[in-house]
Design a protein around this ligand. Structure first.
Ligand SMILES: [Zn+2]
Length: 271
């Protein structure tokens, strides 16, 4: 499943190809994605002004004041191709732009979904309005995270994976940032010190930035906008390494289950 770094990578790949171009048509396979497709006529033949990311949503902002929101679900992929290139298997939506470019949406499992909303009402959109901090924003810092979690009895790992707190910290990134911050994943959120919160936030940002630079973590079938897989998976320090020696202290990496998800940690480095 694409995580925040993959979505950021897709956004960065699409922007230089499509921003400034006018949309001239939309075609679909006729199959619904997770929900029925939105009414693409709302976009008219408007110019694409920008592509942004909020949590794991791609936001395409058009000149006529409408924005297209898109979630890639489990297996969604965007590719930019020439208009005459053949449709790949599982291509479900095709947005045609000026200069004979087409944005193709492929989705084997069809769990992706899309909607169209006025750009100035995006903050109130039901998919977006309850989302927590954007982890790479300056507003997300140790002070504000601690303030938000100071009474939480849940584990810190589950707290940082809660989208109402901070978005985009998936299972891998939570494990990797807790290791780097030397915080045990089962420690109660309310018991972390200010210093631990600062370190944790610093490492969440660092891990996500590294993953974005590597083009995402690529666990299964995610492919970047240019069709090449990302390589962050080669730098996991604890995730998926149960029984293997810690790179720092040689202790064996352990695994526990929290909220139904596997947590990997070093018992020595993360007391
Ligand atoms: Zn260790």
């Amino acid at each position: 499943m694409p995580e925040l770094p993959e979505v950021e990578t897709v956004v960065n790949g699409l922007k230089p190809l499509l921003v400034g171009k006018r949309i001239v048509g939309v075609g679909s396979s006729g199959k619904n994605l997770r929900y029925p497709l939105p009414d693409f006529a709302l976009l008219g033949q408007s110019k694409l002004l920008d592509v942004q990311r909020r949590a794991k949503y791609l936001l395409f902002h058009f000149e006529n004041g409408q924005s297209l929101l898109w979630h890639l679900g489990m297996t969604g992929q965007f590719h930019v191709l020439g208009k005459d290139e053949a449709a790949a298997k599982h291509e479900h939506v095709r947005l045609s732009f000026a200069d004979d470019l087409t944005l193709r949406y492929r989705d084997v499992r069809r769990f992706g979904y899309a909607d169209i909303c006025a750009t100035d009402a995006l903050g109130e959109h039901v998919w977006l309005k309850k989302l927590g901090f954007e982890p790479l924003s300056t507003a997300f810092d140790g002070f504000h995270l601690q303030k938000m979690l100071k009474t939480r009895k849940t584990s810190i790992k589950q707290a940082i994976m809660d989208n109402h707190v901070v978005v985009g910290v998936g299972n891998i990134y939570a494990a990797e940032s807790l290791f780097r911050a030397k915080v045990h994943p089962a420690q109660q959120a309310k018991s972390l010190t200010a210093k631990q919160y600062q370190s944790l936030v610093k490492h969440i940002k660092q891990v996500l930035r590294q993953a974005i630079e590597a083009g995402g973590s690529t666990i299964s079938d995610f492919v970047k906008a240019d069709g090449k897989p990302g390589y962050f998976s080669h730098s996991f320090k604890v995730y998926g390494r149960v029984g293997e020696p810690c790179y720092t202290c040689k202790a064996k990496i352990e695994k526990i289950v929290q909220g139904g998800r596997a947590s990997f940690f070093c018992p020595h480095c993360q007391p």
